[in-house]
Design a protein around this ligand. Structure first.
Ligand SMILES: C[S@@+](CC[C@H](N)C(=O)[O-])C[C@H]1O[C@@H](n2cnc3c(N)ncnc32)[C@H](O)[C@@H]1O
Length: 325
């Protein structure tokens, strides 16, 4: 098992021990989870992927100009590396591409394919959990700026305090750089609801795969037929919640302990917060990030938001320790 930071067992024990059972969505992503997520991206109901792709395609030249020449691109939660190709084709002399993802085998295979397509710069995958410290190599001498690309509205999976930490990490690890952030924007709850309740049941399979993964890696005894996918838009919280609902009273064995699910009790597996542009910019501003252009689609369903990250000099009034000119 190639998981770099395998806290799955501890976190699942903590979740199952709790009255309100909740586990991080990062555990969806073994190879099977990554494959299922890619299938979700192709679903007619799942508007975020095709909307973000259309924004990228329409604006790739303007975004590349903002990124500038000799940039190093770091993609967080990189997945299949489909979206970044649109950007990489437009960049002027990029120095390196560092895709970071927790789903190690899947990332390495995607990075190998990308390197063949883009032989002029190094593609160096980083198998890591970005909710922990970011372990980035030193930038190459010719690198002028480091840019983080965080698409897919994966930021929506963070709780509010985790969003603050994320922006603080951008400032800590990418001084003088920039962030290009994909955000799923507020819209009709009906459209959002359908995106997580597709007719083919792929999102249900993705959700249930968490139990499959636990059975394979932690030797639990989850019976998938006795759990149901449940996703709904929590309007006051402005988020989709995904749960697995226990269809009967059942006991789960894990780590020589027994955990009980009562009938109707749920394991809360994911939040996906939806935002206004203004709200994201205000949260980022609290950590010192400076909002730049926003690229969006005609319906304003999705936004690609640019942020400049202050360098050390601006941040602390100290000598500029960054590698920027
Ligand atoms: C919603 S998918 C987005 C994939 C792709 N970036 C896109 O836009 O289609 C989230 C991606 O982030 C990765 N991921 C989730 N939690 C992570 C974490 N804590 N650290 C690193 N990668 C993570 C998953 O493996 C998955 O590839």
């Amino acid at each position: 098992m190639d998981h770099p930071v395998n806290h799955f067992e501890n976190d699942l024990v903590a979740a199952l021990s709790s009255n309100v059972k909740h586990i991080s969505p990062k555990y969806f992503y073994d190879v099977q989870g990554s494959v299922l997520f890619d299938q979700i991206c192709d679903l007619p109901e799942y508007y975020p992927t095709r909307t973000e792709m259309s924004i990228l395609s329409e604006n790739s030249k303007a975004i590349a100009q903002h990124i500038g020449p000799q940039a190093e691109l770091i993609e967080l939660g990189a997945g299949s590396l489909t979206k970044v190709r649109v950007l990489l084709r437009q960049l002027e002399l990029p120095t390196a591409f560092l895709p970071m993802d927790i789903s190690g085998d899947y990332l390495r295979a995607a990075a190998r394919d990308l390197q063949k397509e883009f032989p002029k710069f190094a593609v160096s995958p980083i198998v890591a959990d970005y909710t922990h410290d970011w372990t980035l190599p030193d930038p190459l001498p010719e690198t002028r700026r480091r840019i983080a690309f965080f698409p897919g509205s994966t930021i929506g999976n963070f709780l509010p305090a985790e969003v603050d930490t994320f922006f603080a990490n951008c400032r800590k690890y990418l001084p003088g750089g920039a962030l290009l952030l994909g955000v799923d924007l507020l819209k009709s709850p009906q459209i959002i609801h359908q995106a997580y309740n597709d007719a083919q049941g792929v999102t249900a399979a993705f959700n249930l795969n968490l139990l499959n993964r636990a059975n394979q890696e932690l030797n639990t005894n989850f019976d998938f037929s006795q759990y149901a996918h449940w996703a709904f838009y929590n309007a006051p919280q402005q988020r989709i919640e995904m749960h697995l609902v226990s269809l009967k009273r059942q006991e789960i064995e894990l780590n020589n302990q027994l955990f009980v699910f009562e009938e109707g009790e749920t394991l809360h597996t994911e939040n996906s917060y939806k935002y206004s542009v203004d709200k994201v910019q205000k949260i980022a501003a609290k950590q010192g990030l400076k909002a730049g252009p926003v690229w969006t689609d005609p319906n304003h369903w999705f936004g690609l938001l640019w942020f400049d990250i202050p360098d050390f000099e601006t941040t602390k009034g100290e000598k500029n320790e960054s590698y920027l000119e």
